[in-house]
Write a protein of this length. Sequence first.
Length: 270
Amino acid sequence: MDFWIMLGKYIVLGIIQGISEPIPISSSGHLIIAQRLLGLGVEDLSFEVVVNTASLIAVILVYKSEITRLAVSSYEYLWKREDSQKDDFKLVLYLIIGTIPAAVLGFLLNDFIGENLKSTFTVGVALLLTAISLFFIRNMKGTKNMHKMEWKEALLIGIGQSIALIPGISRSGATVVTAMLTGLNRDTALMFSFLLYIPVSLGASILEIPDLFSQNFTSENLIAYGAAFAASLVCSYFALKWFIDIMKKGKLIYFSIYCLFLAIITLFIL
């Protein structure tokens, strides 16, 4: 019976991670709330690595054609000097620039955030800020596409992503909001946001590999982790597909209302 309870707990948390990671409602905030509200706590950090890696794979699957195009174009520009591929190569450089703020701040502040900013109060305030930000840009459309981006815009979006290290600040929300404030159109803002997610998430997962393999896993743990991984992967994939559709329709107000509602519950009830 204990195994089935553990399995169910891990699957539920995997589903929560999967649904909340791509859409602008903060996966880290939701996991903290779930642990408090439902008593679904998981003690070791390796679980977060597993479900985050599943979300990362889902993002790569959704944007695999764009990733392949950028890789091929960068190769052709660097080694074959194909000027027609210059814009895609510049985008890769912008992704590198945009990755720097979160990578640096994550390295410097990871322990501090883990020890001091995982309270429900912090999550509630951060969700409120997310709600306000999404409401503010709900009707923005923007005019710039990828080819009109500059490195300064990429850096600003990267700074937005670094702010999302605070639990309750949505990563996708912070990057999309920042991107649209710089004038990017919705499609470009969304695609750059998730392409920017890949190197940061991949780097974080790689850094946690030694800790992951240092754990003494039982067969039951492995089954539970595998189930959580699968749940997170499937839910992340379909949640991202849904978010892309929502962005095209300009319905960010839905997420703003949801974050506001959850912030009120977190601040005044939990």
